[in-house]
Design a protein around this ligand. Structure first.
Ligand SMILES: Cc1ncc(COP(=O)(O)O)c(C=O)c1O
Length: 356
């Protein structure tokens, strides 16, 4: 029997996607070959990557001046690669310090350019999104972590600024429609909302990508290299791209991004209603900034946390322990997480009887 996997990533995918991926790993479209042994330059793979790209375009209704890139590795690399492509070494970006992944982005960007950190003192750190800040005039773009996976914080409205947004959407990519013109770059690892570990999808607004920032960008890190070669400058991780294609088809069949948004909101409402109702638990993030993808909560004592975790494990719920700096629990509910699993978790929260 499959477990209920609330892992923050790599995360669960729909059964049908795992089944299709498993079948293609053995025999791709009755070709007598595994999908994993097809050349990244073969026509079969070209068809896969082109369909995946056109589905991302269709789902987001991307204007044609956006490019879709499939790059190896995780979003962590983009924390340095995005500023390297957008800024000269003495240029500034600004970033709202929303939590763990904002801090990682600050550290990575400081290695290649200049950074204004926007998080005025007085804002309670890491349980809400700081909103009272002033954008310095010399910032070329504003980096946002659209969903802070560890603290369970999400922008429900992006900051209203006149410069482009560069968004780390690793934990909420393809979970709702977006107004694309506000963004310069969007990037997301596949392993949460649309696939397995190994690749990152990067959307590049070519109107925002500078021709020349005055720095030498190593060829392999230059977005223009990958735009020119349509992500095939080097061997893209082919199987993860295939799984992303299966997920993109699934998302489209289910009704697209509005339907993903409706489902995410329904799952979030179910669990947050229980967190707020149940006297044994408290929510961690400020209500107005709660993430619909990662619901963070804790028991009212360390003993409750310990007992509830054991109870969940007995009942086949896994991947739900909070990140150690936050503690408690984190229920991650990406596109592949069925509402039924969230309802099951809520039933366990209702039925849980701590021993004194
Ligand atoms: C918001 C966010 N950004 C970046 C990353 C880094 O992704 P990766 O581990 O795939 O490099 C993660 C991973 O969990 C994340 O949640």
């Amino acid at each position: 029997m499959r477990k209920h996997n609330f892992s923050p990533g790599p995360a669960t995918l729909p059964d049908v996607v795992f089944q299709q991926a498993a079948a293609a790993l053995l025999d791709f479209n009755q070709s007598g070959l595994s999908v994993a042994e097809i050349s990244h330059r073969a026509p079969e793979f070209t068809a896969i990557i082109e369909e995946a790209t056109s589905l991302v375009r269709e789902l987001y209704q991307l204007p044609d001046y956006f490019e879709v890139l499939w790059l190896p590795g995780g979003a962590s690399s983009q924390l340095a690669v995005a500023p390297m492509n957008l800024l000269g070494a003495n240029d500034y970006m600004a970033i709202v310090d929303t939590g763990f992944w904002a801090q990682r982005s600050i550290d990575a960007a400081k290695e290649v350019a200049q950074v204004h950190v926007l998080a005025p003192s007085g804002d309670t750190k890491n349980n809400r999104i700081p909103k009272n800040w002033t954008l310095p005039a010399n910032a070329k773009y504003l980096h946002v972590v659209s969903n802070e996976t560890i603290e369970g914080l999400q922008y429900h409205q992006y900051p209203d600024v006149a410069i482009p947004l560069v968004a780390d959407m690793t934990s909420d990519f393809l979970s709702k429609p977006l107004d694309m013109d506000r963004f310069g770059i969007i990037f997301a690892s596949a392993q949460k909302n649309f696939g397995i570990a190994g690749i990152t999808c990067v959307l590049v607004n070519t109107k925002v990508l500078p021709e020349n920032t005055g720095r030498v960008i190593p060829t392999i890190w230059n977005y223009r290299t990958h735009i020119e070669h349509q992500s095939l400058y080097h061997t893209v991780p082919t199987f993860p791209v295939y799984v992303a294609l299966l997920m993109l088809r699934w998302i489209k069949e289910q009704g697209g991004l509005l339907e993903m948004q409706r489902r995410s909101e329904a799952k979030a409402q179910l669990i947050y209603d229980e967190i707020d109702r149940n006297p044994l638990f408290v929510g961690i993030a400020a209500k107005e900034d709660r993430s619909v993808l990662n619901a963070c909560f804790r028991g009212i004592s360390p003993e409750i946390d310990e007992q509830f975790l054991a109870y969940l494990t007995e009942n086949k719920v896994v991947g739900i322990k909070g990140y150690h700096v936050v503690g408690g629990f984190r229920a991650s509910m990406y596109n592949g997480m069925p509402l039924e699993s969230v309802a099951y978790l809520v039933e366990l929260m209702k039925n849980f009887k701590p021993q004194s």
